[in-house]
Write a protein that binds this ligand. Sequence first.
Ligand code: PMP
Length: 400
Amino acid sequence: ISFLSQIPYAQPDPIFELTAEYNRDGSTKKVNLGQGAYRDENGMPWVLKSVIQAKRAIEGSGHEYLPILGLEDFRKGCTKLLFGEESPIVLENRVGSSQSISGTGSLHLVAIFLANYYSTTHKVFIPDPTWNNHRAIFEGAGFDVQLYSYFDSHHMALYFERLQEDLLRCPEGSIVVLHACAHNPTGIDPSFEQWKKIGKIVKDKHLFPIFDAAYLGFNSGSIDTDCWAIRYFFHDLNLTGAVCMSFSKNMGLYGERVGCVQIITNTFDEAKNVESILSKLQRSEVSNPPAYGARLATAIFSSKEYMQQWKIDLRTMSCRINTMRKLLVDNLRKHNAPGSWVHVIDQNGMFGFLGLTETEVKDLRLDHHIYMAANSRISIAGLNEANVEYVAQCITSVVS
Ligand code: PMP
């Protein structure tokens, strides 16, 4: 039919495209610092030990449909993970939750929930910069998406004054997307004191906070510590809002698409109604979510032994990343790369935000087979003992 001839060509997603380009590169020197996926000390994908245990435990669980909202034990397990067993939020059943197609699906479900039941006349504020998909997801749901200041590129630091000013300028009732920890792409998070100030603005201006929680455990190696801002907002300030959880990174379940939406309400009845709506929306989107990964996560939540192992696994990943962060900077300094690079050490989570120009990034790719996002965000886990010095040498050569 004729309309098909009018379909424009959409540019491919840059990060997935970068991975494809890396895969096509025949060089033995090539290094992939693009996609945020954990790699072990040999540069290989890593299946967590706790996940291997869980796989054995769920063997033979079959292939039946899950309920529309997903596995109940998974959803409840997620709430407890966020708030702790003794939390009033948990004890009073004040969370409406739904399993989701990982973090992306979780954000999408919240977006369509708000578009249908809160109204797209409210604006959505996302940090500048942020994960590319935030804009696409909320615009796709019909929202006007605006930026709030986040990053001071001059000082490679949080632009906290501007961030506050921008949030204070948001219309009352706006929706604000916050990274719970390990901000992507900058690796820079507010301090506890700064979170308190952000929380006060959110409360005073009746903003609806959405925490994107894709990297819990990656800052500190501990989920409890990395939930600090979430707990502060919903416990201490008693706010309502949403948390969008992903287990792609912290359980290494990338392709299994394991996530959960948590909407924190004021009462049990509100939570029940919210959940009924999530169920209704989910039914026409995916009908019911995938079972395998959620079963793995649930097996981990429900065994003390596997939980213990998961905590060790989280520390294994976060410690290796931190070691590589330091080693990269040591090597940059050893090769006299101009600058102190202290910002790379100070950053959190899975990424390093180097502060290179697009040309320098391109030179690294074309001349040295080193692949990173165009904004010079690197996935630190792509570094290992065997390639870190090469990477530092090449960065030095393109910036000098
Ligand atoms: N939020 C942020 C900030 C992310 O970086 C990612 C993954 N790149 C996600 C959400 C969601 O990822 P997934 O859908 O794989 O859970």
